[in-house]
Write a protein that binds this ligand. Structure first.
Ligand SMILES: Nc1ncnc2c1ncn2[C@@H]1O[C@H](COP(=O)(O)OP(=O)(O)OP(=O)(O)O)[C@@H](O)[C@H]1O
Ligand SMILES: [Mg+2]
Length: 397
């Protein structure tokens, strides 16, 4: 179920949004509109939905509209037009009372600057949101303590923020957002101020937290590697619009236009692409019940020197090489089974390229890609895998 649905959203900063909207419909660029009307296009023609339990990343260069989009969701910014629905309720037309409730209970926010209260202890910082809700002191301390433990800060609850490292302070920020147990977390460049190692460990921690908490998260970042690592899906923004929405793999293998292609050209594809993205269809294959002659004919037709053998249920049985098939055919043998080499290299659909490369390098055969039930999903041949590393995948034959 979609938790958040954004439809035709626009945000114009300035006194005369209607002037900008008119020019937008005539395809004027953001720059031209600013020059002509003095209005800044923050967002235009934004459409997306976020599923329950999903980490949805908004990514793009500075000024592309990420924060503006995020802030429209809890109405820290008023959209100019369009709708945002959360759990079926249109929050763009909701009363102030509902918006207050939304911010208190349903939506938590984590910023880049931790914005902690310097004179409160870690525990009191975390308990702040509960205090505002009028929950009793004992109760809120207990609840806050639980969250402090969840984010790995047990033992630090009585420390002051300035006694903590940046990474720990950001955990306090995260804990504070989690204290009200919101369904939705909005995270704006939450890890961007951290140094690289701590940043990486915070990303790992968020992912492991998420597997336990199952929140719906919108995560803003301008870092492509971060986006690809933590996003279930990514929306790439430019000049206030969304250029492409997809999984990391979809965006890498199938960029919507030149802008996206340029954007992703420096990504380390071996970490993002998986076997599924670069495999080719399992064709030709030979069934176990077929004889050596069929295997030989298929290999000849396709100009290959080995062929994968599958069972009637399409499970991988192994591979047969041309030499053995030829010999068996000469000897009038009918059984393929005796020729099958069972111990063949195989990987699963989600194995990243980086882990496939050593296998591919070592083996003389193509590598089989098998599903959990052991059926043959695809075949990896050296050329296509190397091609996938350079650009795209899937379609490389
Ligand atoms: N309060 C405001 N008044 C006028 N223009 C604004 C305002 N807030 C944002 N903008 C403009 O809206 C556009 C989008 O800004 P936004 O802050 O959403 O970008 P961003 O993608 O979050 O960038 P960054 O990575 O630098 O945080 C920019 O052109 C910005 O100048
Ligand atoms: Mg921003």
């Amino acid at each position: 179920m979609s938790k958040i649905i954004v439809k035709n959203l626009a945000k114009i900063f300035g006194e005369h949004p209607e002037k900008a909207l008119k020019l937008l419909k005539e395809d004027f660029s953001k720059d031209k509109i600013l020059k002509k009307t003095g209005q800044t296009v923050g967002l235009f023609d934004i459409n997306f939905s976020v599923n329950e339990g999903e980490i949805f990343v908004l990514m793009g260069l500075s000024g592309s509209g990420k924060s503006t989009m995020l802030r429209c969701i809890n109405r820290l910014i008023e959209p100019t037009s369009g709708t945002i629905t959360i759990d079926g309720e249109d929050i763009t037309s909701a009363e102030p009372g509902i918006i207050r409730e939304l911010r208190r209970k349903k939506v938590g926010m984590v910023f880049q600057r931790f914005a902690l209260f310097p004179h409160r202890t870690v525990l009191d910082n975390v308990a702040y949101g509960l205090e505002v809700q009028g929950i009793s002191k004992a109760q809120r301390r207990e609840k806050a303590m639980q969250i402090v433990e969840t984010v790995g800060l047990k033992g630090w609850e009585n420390s002051m923020p300035d006694q903590l490292s940046g990474g720990m302070q950001q955990r306090v920020g995260l804990a504070r957002a989690l204290a009200n147990n919101p369904d939705i977390l909005l995270m704006d460049e939450a890890f961007s101020a951290l140094d690289p190692l701590i940043r990486k460990s915070m990303q790992d921690e968020l992912l492991s937290l998420q597997s336990a908490l199952n929140k719906t998260i919108i995560f803003v970042t301008h870092d492509l590697d971060e986006a690809m690592k933590i996003g279930d899906r990514i929306a790439l923004m430019n000049d206030g619009t969304i250029v492409q929405i997809g999984t990391a793999e979809e965006i890498l293998t199938n960029p919507a236009n030149d802008y996206v292609e340029k954007f992703v050209e420096d990504v380390d594809r071996t970490k993002v692409l998986t076997a599924e993205g670069v495999m080719k269809a399992p064709d030709p294959v030979v069934f176990l019940k077929d004889g050596p002659r069929v295997a030989l004919r298929l290999m000849k037709e396709h100009g290959i020197s080995s062929i994968f053998v599958i069972t009637r249920e399409r499970r991988l049985a192994g591979i047969v090489i041309a030499e053995d098939a030829l010999q068996a055919a000469k000897e009038q043998k009918e059984e393929l089974k005796a020729l099958v080499i069972e111990d063949v290299p195989k990987v699963s659909l989600d194995t990243p390229l980086i882990d496939i490369i050593p296998t591919i390098a070592e083996t003389q055969f193509p590598v089989a890609v098998v599903r959990d039930d052991h059926t043959l999903a695809g075949i990896l041949v050296k050329g296509a895998v190397l091609g996938g590393m350079v650009r795209g995948g899937g379609n490389v034959d």
